[in-house]
Design a protein around this ligand. Structure first.
Ligand SMILES: Cc1ncc(COP(=O)(O)O)c(C=O)c1O
Length: 403
């Protein structure tokens, strides 16, 4: 039973008066759908990450899907990605009637392992028609993009970065999301900036940008806002040049996004500061494996792993104990090769991706978001230390846990 204490949720959006005012302004303006707020959001976002184009959408899933729509991906071809991700990353490959070719992650970054990509291509490249790679910057830890882009160059593969967790992240002089042919960010409610639901695709390629703009609104050749601004053509005078989709964002969400964008650096600072506090507080606890630090880490997630050999409780029991202490947690991720659809369709077993399986069994995501108070951070640390202290196996005691 939970005690009567303030619950610290695992994630919480950070929205204030400025977002409220921006949204109300749009509501009162008479123009709610994709319009000048979206155009401004796209321009400001592109500037921030240093890409030529940014196209706003109603989700990152839409952005990942449309990225594939700009590539030649025949039915029954394969696209490399990681099983250690949210299902959106792989489902969009199935939208094309192509197949996800899963490659296991690296134990430290939790990102797709470039050595294993090479190995997979060597082993299966002749029998499988491999077309591209979708690396995921897991939890905001940047992928080994130099290595991935080198492989893609050699093998003539496209790259779409799943940067759902990786805004704003800069490493080796470039933003996460700007290394591949396209990069896709999520503005879902728990992400580093939010519009409630929303996403953004970035690219330097004019043709890709035009195609995504067209496909996001039914394959219509003129953008809705431009149609209503034009003095030459009536708004109804448009052509349908592709069987497109309904993936455009509202100006309400874009207005919220513009405010969040301005706050992104301040949010990042807070996330980094919480991550450092946790890393420092948990440094000498051998029952925990801490997330690796990396330049450009956005700390969208703070994923600890339990050293299950040293404690007497399971990962789920550990999470239940924290919940009783009023601390929300989550699991990132139950990997896709353990999910019924992928397991059955591709006949996959836990041993096929041993690193992903092992990490899944021991990982716990702790609360991390801007606006967490000192007291809340300390409560999280205290609860983790107490729970570990109570669960440590007798044979390995001797370490002091309570702070
Ligand atoms: C790694 C990853 N990719 C893609 C998505 C899809 O994002 P959206 O909900 O904006 O479609 C998510 C969402 O949680 C995600 O975590």
């Amino acid at each position: 039973m939970s005690r009567n204490i303030d619950f610290i949720p695992f994630a919480l959006p950070c929205l204030g008066k400025e977002e409220e005012e921006a949204v109300i302004k749009v509501m009162r303006s008479g123009w709610l759908t994709t319009g000048k707020e979206t155009t401004a959001f796209e321009r400001e976002f592109a500037e921030k990450v240093g890409s030529k184009h940014a196209i706003a959408l109603n989700s990152a899933t839409a952005g990942l899907h449309l990225s594939l729509e700009t590539q030649d991906i025949p039915e029954d071809s394969w696209v490399i990605t990681t099983p250690y991700t949210f299902t959106a990353t792989a489902e969009i490959i199935r939208y094309k009637n192509a197949h996800p070719l899963f490659v296991d992650i690296d134990e430290i970054s939790l990102n797709i392992d470039p050595f294993k990509i090479e190995d997979t291509i060597k082993r299966t490249g002749t029998e499988k028609n491999i077309r591209g790679i979708i690396p995921v910057h897991t939890g905001g830890h940047p992928c080994a993009m130099e290595e991935i882009m080198a492989i893609a160059g050699r093998e003539e593969l496209f790259v779409t970065e799943d940067a759902a967790h990786a805004f704003p992240s800069f490493f080796k002089g470039k933003a996460a999301g700007t290394w591949g042919n396209t990069g896709v960010y999520s503005f879902y409610a728990t992400k580093t900036i939010t519009t409630g639901e929303g996403g953004m695709v970035v690219t330097d390629d004019d043709e890709i940008a035009d195609r995504i703009k067209c496909l996001r609104l039914h394959g219509i050749d003129r953008e809705v806002w431009n149609r209503y601004q034009s003095k030459k053509l009536a708004p109804w005078e448009y052509d349908v040049v592709a069987a497109g989709y309904k993936y455009n964002p509202t100006d309400i969400s874009s207005a919220m996004g513009r405010v969040q964008l301005k706050r992104a650096e301040a949010f990042l600072k807070e996330r980094i500061s919480i991550a450092r506090f946790y890393l420092e507080s948990f440094r000498n606890i051998p029952e925990l494996i801490l997330p690796a630090e990396a330049g450009g880490h956005t700390w969208h997630l703070f994923i600890i792993r339990l050293n299950l050999d040293r404690i007497s409780c399971s990962r789920d029991e550990f999470m239940n104990f924290l919940s009783e202490e009023g601390i929300g947690t989550s699991v990132h991720y139950k990997p896709l090769h353990l999910m019924t659809y992928y397991k059955e369709k591709y006949n996959l077993s836990p041993e096929d991706f041993p690193v992903s399986t092992r990490i899944f069994n021991s990982c716990v995501s702790l609360p991390i978001y801007p606006g967490m108070t000192e007291e809340q951070k300390e409560r999280v640390v205290r609860a983790v230390r107490t729970t570990i202290g109570a669960s440590v196996k007798r044979s390995v005691t001797g370490v002091e846990y309570d702070s």
